[in-house]
Design a protein. Structure first.
Lengths: 114, 115
């Protein structure tokens, strides 16, 4: 089974702090994604990466950056956390060679910015 | 502007009855559709999918119907069970590109199955 592991289940940070959310997958997937989930808005794509050192902006990249130095690891960075970034953050991965677009998700990180 | 919409934020159904979840999309380039299920404190898990070349796909108690002309899909759960209580997300994917395929999700529908 695919395992996508997010380093923290809960995080509490202060406004202005730099925040790192880490994600690791163990299935050698090429694609990795960061989404945030907010009530009524569903899951919105922040950034994704289809290869090491490659990244593409999703629908809501403002205030975020990402890093993918190794294939299995994809990090989301909040350069200066703000209260409107309080959310559930979900990492996902998928295979480029698969015949469908199925994503495998981690359990999520609930981030609170005070 | 949301390209994938789930207009019913919640649904309550009696155990054993049918649950029908609806999803509408606006992007005519979407060619693959999925449903995900999410329990609290867990990540979404894949439930069922359908390609745009089909109008129905069935997997056990779950059936997804696609009406391309109406840009509408629905998920039927028959019979509904208490363990089906969760949030269900509809998702869509556009034509495959050379690198990376992303899913666009709807806002979710919270389903409560009452014993």
């Amino acid at each position: 089974d695919v395992k996508v592991t997010q380093s923290s289940r809960y995080l509490v940070k202060r406004t202005g702090e730099k925040v790192f959310l880490e994600c690791v997958q163990d299935m050698d997937h090429e694609n990795m994604f960061w989404y945030r989930q907010d009530p009524g808005l569903g899951l919105r794509l922040i950034y994704f990466s289809y290869d090491v050192k490659m990244k593409e902006k999703g629908d809501i990249p403002e205030g975020y950056s990402v890093s993918r130095e190794k294939k299995e690891r994809f990090s989301l960075i909040l350069e200066s956390a703000s209260t409107n970034q309080t959310s559930m953050y979900l990492c996902a991965s998928s295979s480029s060679v698969a015949t469908n677009e199925k994503l495998f998700f981690g359990s999520g990180t609930q981030l609170s910015v005070l | 502007d949301q390209q994938v919409k789930q207009n019913s934020p919640s649904l309550s159904v009696q155990e054993g009855r049918i649950s029908i979840l609806n999803c509408d999309y606006t992007n005519s380039m979407f060619d693959y559709f999925l449903w995900y299920k999410k329990y609290p404190a867990e990540g979404p898990t894949f439930l069922i999918s359908i390609s745009s070349i089909k109008d129905k796909n069935e997997d056990g108690r779950f059936t997804v119907f696609l009406n391309k002309s109406a840009k509408h899909l629905s998920l039927h759960i028959v019979p509904s069970q208490p363990g089906d209580s969760a949030v269900y997300f509809c998702a869509a994917s556009a034509v495959r590109k050379a690198a990376g395929n992303k899913l666009t999700f709807g806002g979710g529908t919270r389903v409560l199955v009452k014993p």
